[in-house]
Design a protein around this ligand. Structure first.
Ligand SMILES: [Fe+2]
Length: 251
């Protein structure tokens, strides 16, 4: 994975920056990063992550395999000019919820020996603060940053810290999908992002409509009367699903 991240085609094409994210490597794609893409699509890996999450997950979209955050000497910096960064310090993120995908898996690609801090603080339902150790090299943490208020605490003493974030969504079309693009829009090629987002969302809708039709045929053949509340509920849910897509697809 590290070899692919630091390969010339990735260095040349895949760096993004925004006000919120100082430097991230995205959109490596399966041509530039075949091992990384195969790994995150591997059935064994998906089974393990699904087991941890308690729900069957698949990568949110190809675009989200993966985002890599690189910091050197406690500063998040573009990998091109790591030694010239003028940033005083990259603040640990304030308390926030992510506005993107339902689940993320954060994989540590650096040796964290000698590093202190770097935990993720989570606010539990009762308001208590729980500190979760960051993943050590070669391990990963699965979390729901979209639903749980959290804060990344600053890491000290490490030489470099390279973490890979892969985003997931439920595989079942019947699970509510609240993925939002707010956080990823500024660090994405919009045409590609919107193509993939629209495709999977419409596929979900397609599967839901097929399922609804199947149930309707079955109901009819079983000679049961039309169920107004059930159909209205289904339609309202799909209307909201489409409305949220319309809100996401902005220039
Ligand atoms: Fe976050």
């Amino acid at each position: 994975m590290r070899a692919e991240i630091f390969s010339q085609p990735v260095l040349d094409n895949c760096q993004y920056m925004s006000a919120f994210v100082k430097s991230t490597v995205r959109e490596m794609g399966s041509a530039r990063a075949p091992f990384t893409c195969d790994a995150w699509n591997s059935l064994e890996v998906l089974a393990k992550i699904s087991e941890v999450a308690g729900i069957e997950l698949i990568p949110a979209m190809d675009y989200e395999i993966a985002a890599i955050n690189i910091s050197v000497n406690d500063q998040t910096v573009p990998i091109f000019n790591a030694s010239h960064s003028k940033e005083e310090e990259f603040p640990a993120f304030a308390w926030h919820r992510d506005s993107y995908y339902p689940f993320v898996c954060v994989t540590m690609l650096s040796d964290c020996v000698g590093m202190t801090g770097g935990e993720t603080a989570l606010k539990t339902a009762s308001g208590e603060i729980m500190k979760v150790r960051g993943p050590a090299m070669g391990t990963a943490v699965v979390m729901q940053g979209r639903y749980i208020e959290h804060q990344a605490l600053k890491a000290y003493g490490g030489h470099e810290r390279i973490s890979m974030v892969t985003s997931f969504r439920a595989k079942s079309p019947h699970v509510r999908d609240e993925s939002a693009l707010t956080d990823v829009r500024p660090i994405s090629n919009l045409s590609e992002l919107y193509t993939q987002y629209t495709r999977y969302r419409l596929e979900l809708l397609e599967e839901r409509v097929r399922d609804c039709l199947k149930k309707e045929y079955y109901r009819e053949s079983a000679k049961r009367p039309f169920d107004i509340p059930t159909m209205r509920k289904f339609l309202v849910e799909q209307k909201e699903f489409i409305e949220s897509m319309i809100e996401e697809l902005i220039k």
